[in-house]
Ligand binder design. Sequence first.
Ligand code: NAD
Length: 481
Amino acid sequence: MMRYQLFINGKFVDSSSGKFFNVINPSTEETISECPEGTVEDTRKAIDAAYESQKKWAKLPAIERAKYLRKIADGIRKNAEMLATTIVEEQGKIRSLARVEVDFTADYIDYMAEWARRLEGEIIPSDRPNENILLYRMPIGVVAGILPWNFPFFLIARKMAPALITGNAVVIKPSSDTPNNAFEFAKIVAHTDLPAGIFNLVSGKGSVVGNELASNPKIGMVSFTGSVETGSKIMELASKNITKVSLELGGKAPAIVMDDADIDLAVKAIKDSRVINTGQVCNCAERVYVHEKIADEFIEKMTKAMKETTYGDPLREEVEMGPLINANALKSVDGMVKRAIEQGAKMVTGGRAEDRKKGFFYKPTVLTDCKQDMEIIHKEIFGPVLPIVKFKNLDEAIEMANDSEYGLTSSIYTQNIDVAMRAANEIKFGETYINRENFEAMQGFHAGWRKSGIGGDDGKHGVEEFTNTHVVYLQYNQNKK
Ligand code: NAD
């Protein structure tokens, strides 16, 4: 069994607590590693190291910083199979998806390296004579990256790569469900000549390591991905020092299927989106609104597709879906389905996977006869459960889609450009997919409205999140010869 160490100031070190926590394989419920229980002292050491080394790092030309990022991306590619296996074992996603996550992460880091020569400031016309106004994009300093467990490897890069290319140093805290891949990431970093202190990794409790990262005055920005509840806590902690926060939180993506939709395409896209990563994706279809005229055909085809979805141990079997992340997730998904049935929903397929003795498995589930006021239509399920609501016309569908405290992603299936354009303009979400489902592109901008978050990731706007502006007013004397 693996036993890992923290990565602070370029060295692997034990935690000052001397304690470890166990990481469980969600398919087998076996313990697969022991990870260090980081303390406030460990976290402060990592922050101090990042704070000191960032000063020199920021002075390097961005193209020099890019070279280090490319070395990390190369290291990831060389270790891709091992990294994918690590992710499958601790997170439970199927191997092919884990491999996509690893490959995409390497590509993402390379993409961010390309910003070295592209990130631009601005020259703004002044109201005064003989003056230039120059707007620079400057590093913020030390960025804390606090991660969830669902795309644990990619999310390291989504925080680390734009932070480093813009001249910041990072301290990353992985989820305690999935820290192993982060330690493997740190080993790859350690094999490059990245200066010590630029990338640090501290595992441990959210209430200890996470709290310190969110409230330490040397942190310039907290980039957090996770639940609304924790995001709100982090915002509260960061408010003490007016620390910038970027919060990527939950979602409750509506998928609207119009009566002119290509039904087979809609069924396939929505089903794939609902079972990928066992439904544990912030932007996968969490509720479907289907036009009453085509509802029967859609439900029949969707039920068949969900019923036929194969699931099992993602390490040992060729399956489309693995387990949920842990026992709490299984309890939560099961509880939501039971309450939906009590409130009048009909389960046409699915439910708890009683046939599996070990592992946190839940069968792909379809719930029909759902109504807009049910909990299952408003609360994030984060499991392979698809609640379906019927609608009469587009106005009603858009109104129900927008009726959510979340505002991350959404989708609509139609072959009518007028309908697509109206939806694109009236759906109040950060992203809308037309005739497809997730995922988002690295050159796009992934950002939620309402309780889905503040700030965003990817593309030009995502890179700019990791910078402070600095405006210089340059007055000159035009009479000087
Ligand atoms: P979580 O909020 O429970 O935990 C996320 C991280 O926060 C963990 O590392 C945890 O240890 C840490 N944490 C907990 N308490 C803390 C505290 N008091 N201070 C600081 N840090 C603390 O989320 P999760 O269950 O790991 O992830 C699932 C959630 O993430 C879902 O809601 C999902 O929608 C969301 N998510 C969003 C996106 C996006 O891009 N919007 C992407 C992936 C996941």
